[in-house]
Design a protein around this ligand. Structure first.
Ligand code: ADP
Ligand code: ADP
Length: 228
């Protein structure tokens, strides 16, 4: 579903963030990218939705070279959730969640219906929270809205960059369990960045352990933990 073929990213200042990386993520698989800060996880992720262009190599999405997919199509095919989801402060939770459908030109009513469904799916009662504004939510609730928004156009691929990194440990654990339950039903192809090994192990079907722009180990949690 997602395939990296000898991908290198050098930033203009000469930093090699990703170094000759090749790997594959199967459809419906959740792969966690784990490793210390600065080892290239976010760069890897951003190349998938073309926020960053590779210097060398190619990335395929379901067989299509992503450099040939137009940006609107790419948006439809990939949902993106970051650590501090940027919700529009002057829009309600429901309107925020319906952003992508609106961008894709869906009818307003259909977008709102879809948004309500999704809020339900991430554990926020749309009747209670749909009309609230982001500042009226807790951090954990805002991240849930971010997940709902990313799922709005029903993309096959979900990119998550430390989505639960900014909430306290108790909330994080709850978000993790909820996300596992959600993933069991929606089965997205997920790349999930974290610097927390425990989170990587808990969520990942497979784990890619990063070090200096390369994947040093890649496998099921048990295999990676058991490695010498
Ligand atoms: P991680 O997500 O693992 O923390 P990043 O992909 O953000 O790692 O960064 C990898 C390396 O690339 C780091 O050395 C970082 O400083 C560098 N880097 C990231 N973004 C840029 C940029 N826009 N310009 C120059 N260097 C960058
Ligand atoms: P969570 O466990 O999701 O982090 P919190 O314990 O932080 O939730 O918040 C508990 C409740 O307080 C939530 O129902 C949330 O909607 C509400 N809340 C948090 N911040 C605000 C706020 N600024 N205005 C109104 N309600 C808020």
């Amino acid at each position: 579903m997602i395939r990296f073929e000898r991908v290198t990213k050098r930033y203009p200042d000469g930093t090699t963030a990703v170094d000759d990386l090749s790997f594959e993520v199967a459809a419906g698989e959740l792969v966690t990218l784990v490793g210390p800060s600065g080892c290239g996880k976010t760069t890897t992720m951003k190349m998938v939705n073309r926020l960053v262009e590779p210097t060398e190599g190619r990335i395929f999405l379901d067989g299509d070279d992503i450099s040939t997919i137009d940006p609107v199509q790419l948006r439809r095919r990939i949902g993106y959730v970051i650590q501090q989801v940027g919700l529009f402060p002057h829009k309600t939770v429901l309107e925020n969640t319906a952003t992508v459908p609106r961008l894709l030109g869906w009818k307003r009513s259909r977008g709102r219906e879809r948004a309500a469904e999704l809020l339900d799916l991430v554990g926020l009662d749309p009747g209670v929270y749909g009309g609230r504004y982001p500042e009226q939510l807790s951090g954990g609730q805002r991240q849930r809205v971010g997940v709902a928004r990313a799922l709005a156009a029903d993309p096959p691929v979900l990119l998550m960059d430390e989505p639960f990194g900014a909430v306290d440990p108790v909330v994080r654990e709850r978000l993790q369990s909820e996300f596992l339950r959600l993933q069991a039903s929606v089965r997205k192809t997920v790349l999930f960045v974290t610097h927390d090994l425990e989170e990587a192990v808990r969520l990942g079907d497979r784990i890619a352990v990063y070090g200096h722009g390369r994947i040093e180990q890649f496998g099921a949690p048990a295999a990676v933990l058991g490695a010498p």
